[in-house]
Each structure stands twice: as C-alpha cells, then as structure tokens.
Write a protein that binds this ligand. Structure first.
Ligand code: PNS
Length: 160
C-alpha cells in the first residue's frame, strides 16, 4: 500500500490545505493528515480542536486518516511505512523553507520522498495566519475556510 503523510500545523485548516489533501488522496492509496508541532509557531487551537476541524472536512475521502504527532516527522514516516511526505507549495517564498525541511527529513530517513503539489491559483495567497488576522478584525473569511472552521474561529479569535 502506498502511504503518504501530509504534515502541517493546520491551525486551522483552510481550503488551501483541503485542496492539497484531496489531490494527494487521488494519487496515494492512503493519506495520513498529520497534525504536527512547528516549534516556531504558537498554536491558536488545541490538537483536538484542529483534529475536529479536519475530520469534518475530510470524511468524504475514505482513504484519508488523521493523526497527531509530538515528535519528529521523519520517525513517524518510517514507523508507518509511508513512501512520501506531501506538502503544498504556494510561491517562491515557501520554497527555501520547504526545501530545507525536505533535505533534513531525507537525512533523517532516506526511505521516503517529499512530494510538492503546487497550490491551485485561487489558493496561492492563502495561509492560516492570514485567515486568523482577517478574522481578528472581523473581516469575511468565508471564502477561505469551511463552515465548521468559521465557527471555531468566531468563538476563539474575533476581537470583542
Ligand atoms: O504548516 P507548517 O507549520 O508549515 O508545518 C511545518 C511542520 C509542522 C510540518 C514541521 O514543523 C514539522 O515537520 N514538524 C515536526 C517536527 C519535525 O520533524 N521537525 C523537523 C522538520 S525538518
């Protein structure tokens, strides 16, 4: 079975992430969406909240699973026997960071390839932090995140 891991902070998941997950699920037999720790970010939502937000929006894909990791991605990938790490690439600005992570992961575990899917044109500018900033000032984010995520954001982030 060809397993891919799709790691990220998903804080929260956006239509950009969902587009990459959907396309990965058409390529691989199984895709594990892995909520992971990015040590440079302080999350706005708990692991469980992030999992709930993802679950609701990926249940239509039978070969997509969700897991949570507090550890090294490379170790997880080896443990589950994945052959690929799938990441979305938006712009040149993403490239250096993603390239560095791909090389580091390859050094840590040589048995999987990092595969980049180019973001769809409409999602080129989209990121969780942009969405949170717009939401904080009560801007309209309904084009960027699904309905259940909108609810989580409304409760947590919008400036009183
Ligand atoms: O959505 P993000 O924040 O860009 O995702 C980055 C993430 C979480 C995939 C990355 O920080 C990661 O892989 N974290 C797990 C810990 C790890 O293995 N770090 C070394 C990566 S080179």
């Amino acid at each position: 079975m060809r397993i891919a891991v799709c790691p990220g902070s998903f804080d929260p998941i956006t239509y950009g992430h969902l587009d990459i997950i959907r396309r990965a699920s058409a390529i691989f037999d199984k895709v594990i969406v892995l909520i992971s720790v990015n040590t440079s970010k302080k999350p706005s939502f708990t692991d469980t909240e992030r999992r709930m937000m993802i679950e609701e929006n990926t249940k239509q894909f039978p070969n997509v699973e969700i897991d949570i990791l507090d550890g090294l991605l490379a170790d997880y990938v080896e443990r589950v026997g994945a052959i690929a790490i799938v990441k979305g690439l938006r712009a040149v600005s993403d490239f250096e960071y993603e390239f560095q992570m791909a090389l580091a992961n390859k050094q840590l575990y040589n048995g999987a390839e990092t595969v980049f899917l180019t973001a769809s044109a409409e999602n080129m500018y989209l990121s969780s932090s942009v969405v949170k900033q717009i939401a904080y000032f009560d801007g309209d984010i309904s084009k960027f995140v699904p309905e259940n995520v909108l609810e989580f954001i409304r409760k947590r982030l919008i400036k009183e």
